[in-house]
Design a binder for this molecule. Structure first.
Ligand SMILES: *Cc1c(COP(=O)(O)O)cnc(C)c1O
Length: 405
């Protein structure tokens, strides 16, 4: 018997770690979504920067269906065609020479941090273990990654935390130069802080981290889980910044919604992960690899990157104009199609209310912390859909500012 499903069912059967919207999405195509009652929405959130090629892209559907007919899963006792092709493409397209696959951003970061510890241990001994990360950063939810992340609220109550982790302010070159020393095994940084409020790194900051890491034999890890796979107007944001990391993590858009992640590095560093040193049951699974291979084929295209930059300008300008009309936003910032609009002082920390009203008006957006509305639409979103999404958000903004005037 199939029982009737509603939002109420969630509270009856699900662990209460999420507070989902009252609507239940049912079907999605490109940048439009329909809920179980048939109402239609424009998706400016992209499932948190995941569906970079939109929903139900025909070529991704074909890649998934074709692989589903071949073989789903083998374990890492065997390799497979899709994962080898995917790894080859990532190696050809980036600084990397070796790839490790997992299923989520958290796991890719966990692998990166463990590898950095192991490299330092092998090369310099047991005292070089300090991991340096940044306030407000987000790197995942395992006990290590959540402790490395710079948002204490996510780590509270799970102590004792793993040791050897130091947090310093983001975009603060002086603090970084003061803190990164011969004790550091790794510095982990998001080129644009996503969850932390859509805050792009300054170019000189990333260059300074690179120089300090090189000087002190620490590995520079770029967490590109959110910024990667075309999101910032290049295959990876490091390419825009002109700063090459030692390790890069990729997830979210890599599978366009199919759970797959990757840790990219050099051959020299990767050799510190010999057989048995690390692993994952699903990592390199042929289904995920087949989808990700097609994602990379479709995204790694200079024409698409140019279009992402053009759309950034259109989205940011639309938000600035709307913000000015309603005195709604203090600042609009971001890179490519990762854009944040920080609430004006009068509406401080009320981004979530605006998002909820947006859903009522037929548009999905995201928050990034309590004070920033975040946009991470499909990189393929049409101008018409983007404009319609902005118009719907403006209707929500009118209600929001009117009710709060
Ligand atoms: C989303 C995110 C993660 C965590 O990825 P999961 O797939 O949820 O484990 C890690 N780092 C950054 C920068 C992210 O945006």
């Amino acid at each position: 018997m199939t029982r009737h499903i509603s939002r109420k069912t969630f509270d009856e059967v699900m662990a209460p770690v999420y507070a989902p919207s009252s609507i239940i999405p049912h079907k999605a195509r490109a940048s439009r979504i329909w809920d179980i009652e048939g109402r239609e929405y424009i998706d400016l959130g992209g499932g948190i920067a995941v569906t970079a090629l939109g929903h139900s892209h025909p070529e991704l559907l074909r890649a998934l269906h074709t692989q589903a007919d071949q073989v789903w899963h083998l374990s890492n006792y065997f390799t497979n065609g899709p994962v080898l092709r995917l790894a080859q493409k990532l190696v050809d397209a980036t600084f990397a020479e070796r790839v490790f696959f997992a299923s989520s951003g958290t796991e890719a970061n966990e692998a990166a941090l463990k590898l950095a510890r192991r490299v330092a241990h092998d090369r310099f001994g047991a005292d070089k273990y300090e991991i340096i990360s940044f306030n407000q950063s987000f790197h995942g939810r395992t006990l290590l990654t959540v402790s490395v992340g710079g948002q204490p609220k996510y780590a509270q109550g799970f102590g004792p935390p793993p040791g050897g982790i130091t947090h310093i302010p983001y975009n603060d070159i002086e603090a970084a130069q003061r803190t990164i020393s011969k004790r550091a095994c790794a510095v982990i940084v998001e080129p644009v802080q996503g969850e932390g409020g859509v805050i792009p790194a300054r170019r000189e900051f990333l260059h300074a981290l690179r120089a300090a890491c090189t000087q002190h034999n620490a590995l520079l890890i770029f967490d590109e889980v959110q910024t990667g796979v075309g999101r910032c107007g290049a295959l990876y944001a490091y390419m825009e910044y002109g700063v090459t990391p030692d390790i890069l993590t990729s997830a979210k858009a890599l599978g366009n919604g199919f759970p797959v992640s990757a840790m990219l590095t050099t051959a020299e560093i990767a050799q510190h992960f010999p057989v048995g040193a690390h692993g994952s049951t699903y990592g390199g699974n042929p289904l995920g690899a087949a989808v990700a291979e097609k994602v990379i084929d479709l995204v790694n295209d200079p024409t698409l990157f140019a279009d992402v930059k053009r759309k950034h300008a259109r989205l940011a300008e639309g938000l600035r104009q709307m913000g000015a009309r309603y005195r709604l936003f203090k600042e609009v910032r971001g890179m490519g199609l990762l854009v944040g609009a920080q609430m004006a002082e009068a509406f401080k920390n009320r981004a979530q209310e605006l998002i909820a009203l947006g859903i009522q008006h037929g548009v999905f957006a995201l928050t990034a912390g309590p004070d920033t509305v975040r946009f991470a639409p499909s990189l393929l979103i049409s101008d018409a859909d983007m404009d319609e999404g902005l118009a719907r958000l403006e209707a929500a903004a009118a209600t929001f500012t009117h009710t709060n005037a």
